[in-house]
Design a protein around this ligand. Structure first.
Ligand SMILES: [Zn+2]
Length: 470
């Protein structure tokens, strides 16, 4: 078996691993690289292998850093199936279209500049139309339903507990001597007790593992602590007569917040106040969540079928979803206390910018940060306590409270990742650490050696495009 790491090597973005086995070429994930505009464009536009030579793509989950370059792969000549779970397929229907739309708008901006410099226009990496076409290549299978992927290769998905539909990928095949071998790709590993989702699956055996290392060396606070803080922040802001503004990713984090607020609302733990989800993508994605109760954990199913008076995890009387721009603008004139959840999650673009702009100078309001903020984003400067910020070219004084809740992460932390390896009854002989900055991958490698007794040669941190024969 040969594995080439074409992405998410010593970084957390652009997941893309090419596995060659039994004469077949299997691509694990085909994510977009997300970084500076120039670097992203170069990496995403030029695939580092011949797409037509790949037999099949196995997709671990719908996040854009794992799925986002699929339309480009297909445009460039890939003819095989994109195999994933049912929820991943349906999330991709919303997310890849949105991504195609972003690519088109991005290029419009670039082309305006190029035109001024007398340069010819460039084409988007792919369009919304390309994304829609790509959806025709998807093939969905359920969790723990072994499927003959290619002659001699069986694929089984296990729940990764990281986002709706997320999967760990197990490939079973026979090696040259006819021995049974198993390759496991962790995808992104979730955390136990994440709202809505089941806990990450424990697997019994693997020979080779490709695993994520995003939070190697770091520990998350417990989720229930953050739920308590969410409740407190809403109650305190309500008493001051302000608004709670929550920047959140439209996919996953928003639904997690809505479910938590649903329970708080029905338990009368938060005041009877309007709550808005202001993001067209979040509206579409929430509908996908509603379609996939097979992916919910026991607690969510029990709440939905036995306790929730509306029987809808993602709806309750004071909650309104906002799709139209006009309705979004009306929120600016709202005088009463309210909660507004909007995207983007790092306050870089989208409607959240308007809500932050309208509330940042109001000492009664709270800006609640519920996700990781990348360096050089407006979200990060709020976390770091900036006393003034620039939005749409204007400077604003920060008078609103800023609170940071770190417990909502969708990724396992250091101990969570070690526990996942520890749970194998027959531990993998070889582990490749991907999807983590070098520092995090090294911290996890050290943990595997110190706590689980791995030898240095058994744990590798591949470099970009590095090839391994195992
Ligand atoms: Zn992910």
């Amino acid at each position: 078996m040969k594995i080439t790491f074409h992405g998410a090597a010593q970084t957390v973005t652009g997941s893309q691993h090419l596995v060659e086995v039994e004469g077949h070429r299997i691509l694990l994930d085909c994510g977009l690289y997300q970084g500076s505009r120039k670097e992203s464009d170069r990496r995403n536009r030029n695939l580092p292998f011949d797409p037509a030579s790949v037999d099949v793509l196995v997709l671990s989950h719908a996040h854009i850093d794992h799925s986002g370059n699929i339309p480009n792969l297909i445009k460039a000549g890939f003819k095989g199936d994109v195999v994933c779970t049912f929820a991943t397929r349906d999330l991709c229907a919303a997310m890849l279209r949105d991504s195609g739309n972003i690519q088109e708008r991005d290029v419009e901006y670039v082309n305006k500049k190029r035109l001024r410099r007398g340069e010819p226009p460039v084409e988007p990496i792919y369009t919304e139309e390309d994304a829609i076409h790509a959806l025709g290549c998807f093939l969905a299978i359920g969790y723990e339903r072994p499927y003959t992927l290619l002659p001699g290769v069986t694929l089984t998905f296990y729940d990764a507990g990281h986002m709706l539909g997320s999967a760990m990928v197990a490939l079973d095949f026979a090696d040259d001597e006819g021995r049974d071998r198993r390759l496991v790709f962790s995808g992104d590993v979730g955390r136990p007790d994440t709202p809505i989702l089941r806990d990450p699956a424990c697997l019994d055996a693997a020979d080779v593992v490709i695993m994520e290392s995003t939070y190697g060396g770091r520990t998350h606070p417990p989720i229930d602590e953050s739920e308590k803080e969410l409740e407190q922040a809403i109650n305190e802001t309500y008493r001051r007569g302000g608004k709670v503004i929550i920047p959140a990713f439209a996919v996953g984090r928003t639904q997690q917040l809505v479910y938590t607020l649903n329970k708080l609302f029905h338990a009368h733990d938060i005041p009877d106040m309007p709550i808005f989800v202001d993001s067209p993508l979040a509206v579409n994605v929430t509908n996908v969540f509603r379609l996939h109760p097979e992916a919910y954990d026991r607690e969510t199913l029990d709440y939905m079928t036995k306790e929730d008076p509306d029987g809808d995890v993602f709806g309750f009387p004071r909650l309104r979803y906002v799709r139209q721009v006009e309705q979004s603008k009306e929120l600016n004139f709202l005088r009463e206390p309210a909660v507004i959840i909007s995207a983007s999650g790092m306050v870089e673009h989208g409607r959240i910018l308007h809500h932050v702009k309208n509330n940042i100078e109001d000492p009664r309001s709270t800006i609640l940060i519920v996700g990781w903020q990348a360096p050089d984003t407006l979200g990060r400067s709020l976390v770091e306590g900036a006393s003034e910020v620039r939005i749409f070219g204007e400077t604003y004084q920060r008078r609103a409270q800023v609170r940071v809740l770190n417990g909502f992460s969708g990724h396992a932390d250091h101990d969570g990742l070690l526990n996942w390896v520890r749970a194998f009854q027959r531990r993998p002989e070889q582990i490749f650490l991907v999807h983590g900055e070098l520092e995090s991958a090294e911290a996890l490698a050290a943990g595997l050696k110190d706590d689980l007794g791995y030898k240095p040669g058994q744990v590798r941190i591949p470099a970009m495009h590095q090839v391994f024969k195992v």
